[in-house]
Design a protein around this ligand. Structure first.
Ligand code: UN1
Length: 494
């Protein structure tokens, strides 16, 4: 009998009011049921929002450095449980242990970073335009925040939001992805152990259409952070817009790596292998387009092909595996649909393009690393986010042409260029339309203390990570102190 897990609302672990559950399964072995989680209802979200609103009254009064101390404690617990959490995460979402350890580490980094930010939550002072008057501005919390997170970074992405949001004085209703509910519950357990008061963080499991929608619509929830598809993000944003809520969106990407003729080829090769096939291509920052200069195209493809075919596909729980399974059947169907479309549109699939089904692999949702060449910028596989191990190679004629191709998609999350020409590198930094540009490094690998997010259809102007995230999780309070003892009228009594 599979273990049963619960929601955590108002400081109490409890089943959904529906009494129903959903299964959490291992994508590397679909027969393995890892647990049953509550299929929650609108009523559960309502209770969580009320609890979070109640808890906000006292949580906001705790000094930010003390709130930061809870994050620091949580970080320490994460350090001691790192191996265990990585194993849980690999079982429920498939990426290899080396990567799930990295995901936990990203949470640890965020915990320690945010803990120290509790002592810095800077506002600013300015001179007043009137005599005997002082102007100050402070960052204040927003209130109850809703958080809807994806399955590909089940620890990193929740912590990117929860830790800074808590340090800023907010409370949360958290809905993790249905594919990774266990890692999310571990994070809640850790924060409870770290001393978080009841009601400050509430977790409500279930379907996006029910729980996610209820969070977005709930009147007590004043801000929503969403990471996922552009299509869903736009729906979240519409609802939040109607209800004048803050909304932070992190959505799709179609990230390109450019390789110029003067690049260190071996370095560029290692970069694209990691960028395109790490996390089985299931990162919003994944390299899904490789833009090769025509002078090195054929040689680079030859080298790449040899290396790709050696990547070790398998169950991420086994050490040495480089490419884990696809998260679920729906995602693999989606990849298959794009691969068929790529072929139909005239691109040439030179490796992969099919399921990996040898031996035990047939029990999971495995798919071979796939490369298309002769891809033209107008083709569907050069424009739409596939979220799988599929790389589209496009030939370019110059740096300007490479940048033009890079910018020719609706998204703008991450980007990369390999070159030894310092001028080319700076031009790329200036001209690529993306939230992140790497020089001589792959499109993946953002660090916790740097702003994370994208332009165009990838985001809506906010950033997670680094100091920038506090711009989302706080409001401004401007304070004017008039100590003149008489009425002074701004703009008039000057
Ligand atoms: C994501 O793909 O959704 O930069 C997040 C990276 C990771 C985070 C990615 N640190 O690839």
């Amino acid at each position: 009998m599979a273990q049963k897990f619960q929601n955590y609302i108002a400081g109490v672990w409890a089943d959904s009011s529906s009494g129903q559950t959903f299964e959490n399964r291992n994508p590397a072995n679909w027969d393995e049921i890892l647990g049953l989680f509550p299929l929650s209802t609108i009523e559960d979200v309502d209770r969580a929002a009320i609890a979070a609103r109640e808890a906000f009254k006292s949580w906001k009064l705790i000094p930010a450095p003390a709130r930061g101390e809870i994050c620091r404690k949580a970080g320490e617990i994460m350090v001691s449980r790192k191996e265990e959490i990585a194993a849980i995460m690999t079982r429920e979402m498939g990426k290899p242990l080396s990567e799930t350890r990295g995901d936990v580490q990203e949470g640890i980094d965020t915990a320690f970073y945010c803990a120290s930010e509790g002592r810095r939550m800077f506002g600013y002072n300015t001179p007043s335009e009137l005599q005997n008057k002082m102007n100050l501005s402070f960052r204040i919390p927003i209130g109850v925040c809703g958080l809807i997170t994806p399955w590909n970074f089940p620890m990193a992405i929740p912590t990117w939001n929860i830790f800074p949001g808590l340090v800023a004085g907010n409370t949360f209703v958290f809905k993790p992805a249905e594919d990774t509910p266990h890692t999310a519950n571990v994070l809640v357990e850790i924060l409870i152990e770290a001393g978080l008061p009841k009601g400050v963080l509430n977790i409500v499991h279930g379907a996006g259409e029910v729980v996610g929608a209820a969070i977005t619509e709930h009147s007590l929830i004043r801000a929503v952070s969403f990471t996922g598809s552009t299509k869903t993000g736009q729906i979240v944003a519409q609802t939040c817009g109607k209800l004048t809520k803050h909304v932070c969106l992190e959505m799709g990407g179609k990230n390109a790596q450019i390789v110029m003729p003067d690049a260190d080829m071996e370095l560029a090769l290692n970069g694209v292998l990691w960028g395109a096939f790490g996390t089985t291509g299931q990162r919003c920052t994944a390299t899904s387009r490789l833009i090769l200069h025509q002078d090195i195209h054929d040689k680079f493809i030859e080298m790449l092909l040899e290396r790709v075919q050696k990547l070790k596909i398998g169950n991420g729980s086994n050490e040495g595996i480089e490419v884990g399974p696809i998260i679920n059947k729906g995602q693999r169907d989606n990849i298959e649909r794009y691969v068929a479309l790529g072929k139909k549109e005239g691109a040439v699939c030179i490796t992969g393009g099919e399921r990996a089904e040898d031996g035990d692999l047939k029990n999971g949702w495995f798919y071979k690393p796939t490369i298309f060449i002769n891809v033209l910028p107008k083709m569907t596989i050069a424009n739409e986010e596939i979220f799988g191990p599929v790389l589209s190679v496009i030939k370019c004629t110059s740096l300007e042409n490479a940048i033009e191709i890079t910018n020719g998609v609706i998204y703008g999350l991450s980007s990369s260029i390999y070159t030894k020409d310092i001028n080319a590198a700076f031009l790329a930094v200036r001209d690529i339309e993306a939230g992140i540009t790497y020089i001589n490094a792959p499109t993946i690998g953002a660090e916790a203390h740097m702003p994370f997010g994208g332009v165009k259809a990838t985001g809506n102007g906010h950033r997670e990570g680094g100091w920038a995230v506090f711009d989302f999780y706080t409001e401004w309070k401007s304070v004017y102190i008039d100590y003149s003892g008489h009425l002074q009228r701004a703009q008039i009594d000057i």
